[in-house]
Design a protein around this ligand. Structure first.
Ligand code: HAM
Length: 419
């Protein structure tokens, strides 16, 4: 009978990759806590309306990538394609906003988008998502980016490039949008069918198009930075000054627009210079109207999300994050030895010592080979004679030295194992 395989675009994560993921997650926890963040866990499923309103009707995610279904109660539900809208929903639902307060939250977990799977792009992927809700001071943007780059540095990720841009606000962006529409309409013939459609629905998305002919049209398009109103320009200048203060390297990329509709002012991405189709490992930005658009008070926000699959692929080569080999391997030979090995092994484990044993009745040679392969620090060879004498030899696998131990004296064994 054929085995049933996983669904296309959904993948299993096995060791040692799971060890790398765990290392990434615990490092995130450590760094984020230092910067005053607390963890929130939000459901995988939300009302579809949340994402339609939050992410924007004319984004790729809402238009064609969401896993939406009608629940038995005739309610339209969606597997979350990102976490920002959910975090804000929870923030509002639990009454977290208070006057003058700042709320710093992070969440880690799977997201779902029905994209075309390829290297670095999956239908279930995982994000480390960070959100700050509160005032809109540029120091908050800088602090968030500083924390992010510090986190990536702690992981030892190199050859990354931070790109920032300002997407303006409700005052200056419409003026820019009009200028772009005017410019693109004049060069309409050079645009792909998708971009022709975007011209009406979401013209700034044309900047993100990967089709070569669109790239040529875009090359000379007007840039938002030239249209920023004085408060937005000032915010962007201050952000850059703060980043310079901490010598955070960045490049201003005036063509970076991001794929979600909620952004205002600061937008940023970190890309890798290594080759491959998916080079953005994270993206984020400020969203000054999203909380209000989701029914909340006038609270600003900024955040980012890192793709764990893409980050894990960039971790330093040759490093492993798994647990070291066991402290002890018990090579048990014969039925009585297996029985006594079983007792000793699990008594030691309950004391917190990692121990392995082989119950398969293999030869001494093959058991010792296994102990070596597992990089066990010690080996205890127990046969029927040792059981009779209640003593066995405990061998240090690195130095070759041996100690005679009483099989029932667990404390003495622990003392030697601790050396
Ligand atoms: P996003 O740019 O859509 O932003 O996604 C952030 C990151 O998630 C990407 O840079 C990428 O690493 C990863 N990612 C996205 N789609 C996939 C996929 N199909 N397969 C693998 N990885 C993927 C957001 O999601 C925003 N919510 C970020 C944010 C938080 N903005 C403000 N706060």
């Amino acid at each position: 009978m054929e085995i049933i395989t996983a669904v296309k675009g959904f993948k299993d994560i096995l060791a040692p990759e799971t060890d790398t993921w765990r290392h990434i997650e615990t490092t995130a926890l450590d760094v984020f806590r230092t910067f005053g963040f607390s963890e929130i866990r939000v459901p995988l499923v939300e009302k579809t309306e949340l994402f339609r309103r939050g992410i924007g009707e004319s984004t790729d995610i809402v238009e064609k990538e969401m896993y939406t279904f009608i629940d038995r109660g005739d309610e339209s539900l969606t597997l979350r394609p990102e976490a920002t809208a959910s975090v804000i929903r929870a923030y509002l639902e639990h009454g977290l906003p208070t006057a003058e307060s700042i709320t710093k939250l992070f969440t880690i977990g799977p997201m779902f988008r029905r994209e075309r799977p390829q290297k670095g792009r999956y239908r279930q992927f995982h994000q480390i998502d960070v959100e700050v809700l509160g005032p809109d001071a540029p120091q908050i943007d800088a602090e968030l980016i500083l924390m992010l780059m510090h986190f990536l540095g702690r992981l030892g990720c190199e050859q990354l490039s931070l790109q920032i841009n300002s997407l303006g606000c409700a005052q200056c962006r419409p003026v820019f949008r009009e200028a772009v529409v005017r410019y693109l309409s004049a060069g309409k013939d050079g645009l792909c069918p998708d971009c022709l459609r975007r011209l009406d629905t979401n013209p700034l998305r044309v900047f993100d198009c990967k089709v070569e002919q669109c790239g040529e049209v875009i090359a000379n398009a007007p840039l938002l930075l030239g249209f920023l109103c004085p408060p937005c320009a000032d915010h962007f200048t201050k952000l850059q000054a703060c980043l310079n203060l901490f010598s955070v390297p960045f490049r201003v990329n005036p063509k970076m627009v991001r794929g979600l509709d909620y952004y205002t002012r600061t937008a940023f991405e970190v890309t890798t210079q290594s080759s491959g189709a998916q080079n953005a490992i994270l993206g984020g930005g400020r969203y000054d109207h999203l909380v209000r658009d989701l029914g909340g008070p006038d609270v600003s926000g900024i955040g980012f999300a890192i793709g764990i699959e893409r980050l894990a692929a960039l971790m330093p080569e040759g490093k492993t994050y798994g647990a070291p080999g066991p402290r002890l391997f018990i090579a048990a030979l014969g039925d009585r030895a297996v029985e006594s090995g079983f007792t000793l092994c699990n008594r030691l484990r309950i004391q917190g010592i990692p121990v392995e044993i082989d119950y398969a009745g293999r030869s001494l040679k093959s058991q010792m080979k296994r102990a070596d392969k597992m990089q066990s620090s010690f080996a205890l060879i127990v046969g029927d004679r040792e059981i009779e004498e209640n003593s066995a030899l405990l061998r240090n696998m690195h130095t070759g030295t041996q100690d005679k131990v009483a099989l029932d004296d667990v404390d003495a064994i622990i003392t030697i194992l601790a050396r």
